[in-house]
Ligand binder design. Structure first.
Ligand SMILES: O=C(O)C1=C[C@@H](OP(=O)(O)O)[C@@H](O)[C@H](O)C1
Ligand SMILES: C=C(OP(=O)(O)O)C(=O)O
Length: 441
């Protein structure tokens, strides 16, 4: 059911704001999976509550895990996850979440009966085949009608032999992460070898390896494109979720394109989040960027430069980077992101169409976009059920009056409070630093 349109606010003055963001989708969903497979009760502090993570929690509940809201602090309640023996018989709604549709089939294979997977219509074209084929080789039974996409049924048999498997993960790093996360619970563990063009979004695999190791699993990633997880228990977790750095990108971009200043508190000094790359990208596009104990501060200098950037490792950032590029003083080349045609929508086609409709000169290549800035005019920006298209439109709207964002509610996939946070950030422009807080939004 589409949500209303949103008139993206334009601003004439420099933005000055402190924007506190909710937790990372990628970390929250990894922690939920590991906690459901662990040997005791886990606590997740400051988890993200968004469509993707609520779907993950609901799916794990249907497989038997207990997930309760615990004590409340200013950022909301913790999640308390109590594992139980994994049961079949249920249905998992994946929505449009890559993490749910890829990370849970390897868990469902451990259940004591069949688990049906389905999702949004758009989810039925997202690539899944390599995970399903790998699971079959590792000993699971799956019925997907030969399609290699949703919907499908995983016939859990209570255990999975595991072993070694070769897959082509060039369409998504999530194929590798999925097999590794459940790997410790397979009888022989799991060894995944990637064979094919380079795997995208490698930091997300590093995130998987780090979260597994932090939970006591033994992971060998010493050989390129090969990951080995030994069979072992997964220890219960007590973790605090970092802010989502990819969701921070549009807010930081707002500082650059308005010549203002935005600080995101709690930016980690060390992280495996791919979104951390936004620091270097904004720097290359003309911002002053400084990371201190207080957080990440981005200050616009008045210049917005085009860049030649390979986003293979941080492809989630493409829509926001493309929006900045359309407002820049010089052309931009975005490379290395052919696989984002299989994200929430074909992002290269969607960006090319929507930026073009506002007046930008955009050329779609096999693996990216060439963007030559032109004067832009307002109009409807279609979002294709893609949260990051909403974020891109909001950035454009700052400098282009009359941008109307269609189906703004789709941003709830990873940031349900986006509009409140955006309004909070803008509310005080021209005044002493404004505060937009995830907890109060
Ligand atoms: O593992 C994860 O949490 C993710 C991996 C990446 O997927 P791809 O490798 O398909 O790009 C990323 O784009 C996605 O938003 C989240
Ligand atoms: C690609 C994304 O999501 P997903 O986890 O559904 O793949 C994204 O959030 O940009």
């Amino acid at each position: 059911m589409p949500s209303p349109d949103w008139h993206a606010p334009a601003v004439h003055e420099r933005i000055e704001a402190l924007v506190t963001l909710p937790g990372s989708k990628s970390l929250t969903n990894r922690f939920l999976v590991l906690a459901a497979l662990a040997n005791g009760t886990s606590r997740l502090r400051r988890p993200l509550r968004s469509r993707d993570t609520l779907l993950m929690a609901e799916a794990l509940r249907s497989l038997g895990a207990g997930i309760d809201d615990g004590t409340t602090d200013s950022a909301g309640a913790d999640w308390i996850v109590t594992p139980a023996s994994l049961r079949g018989g249920g249905t998992v709604d994946c929505g449009l979440a890559g993490t749910v549709m890829r990370f849970l089939p390897p868990v469902a294979a451990l259940c004591d009966g069949p688990v049906v997977f389905d999702g949004d219509e758009q989810a039925r074209v997202r690539p899944m085949g390599p995970v399903l084929d790998a699971l079959r080789i590792l000993g699971a039974t799956i019925d997907d009608g030969g399609r290699g996409t949703l919907p499908f049924t995983v016939h859990g048999a209570g255990s999975v032999p595991g072993g070694e498997v070769a897959i082509d993960a060039s369409a998504s790093s999530q194929f590798v992460s999925a097999l590794l996360l459940a790997g410790p619970r397979y009888e022989q563990g799991v060894t995944v070898r990637h064979v094919g063009p380079p795997v995208p979004s490698e930091p997300h695999i590093e995130m998987t390896v780090e979260t597994l190791r932090d939970a006591g699993a033994i992971v060998d990633d010493g050989e390129p494109d090969t990951w080995r997880v030994e069979p072992s228990e997964i220890n219960a977790l007590d973790v605090q979720v970092e802010p989502d750095l990819s969701n921070a990108a549009p807010f930081l971009a707002a500082a650059l394109v308005t010549g203002g200043q935005v600080t995101v508190p709690g930016w980690p000094q060390h992280t495996t989040q791919a979104g951390d790359a936004i620091r270097d990208i904004l720097d290359a596009m003309g911002a002053d960027v400084s990371l201190t104990r207080e957080g990440l501060t981005v200050t616009g200098t008045g210049d917005v430069s085009g860049v030649d950037v390979d986003l293979h490792d941080a492809s989630e950032l493409t829509p926001v980077v493309a929006a900045i590029a359309a407002l820049a003083d010089s052309p931009t080349v975005i490379r290395g992101v052919a696989h984002i045609r299989g994200h929430e929508t074909d992002r290269l086609a969607a960006l090319s169409r929507e930026l073009g409709a506002l007046g930008s000169d955009v050329h779609e290549t096999d693996d990216g976009l060439h963007i030559r800035p032109r004067p832009l005019t307002g109009g409807t920006f279609h979002t294709y059920s893609d949260h990051r298209m909403v974020m891109a439109a909001a950035v454009l709207g700052l400098r282009v009056p009359g941008v109307v964002v269609e189906n703004v509610g789709t941003v709830a996939k990873t940031l349900p409070t986006f509009v409140e946070l955006w309004d909070g950030m803008l509310g005080g422009s021209g005044h002493p630093a404004r505060t937009a807080d995830a907890a109060s939004a």
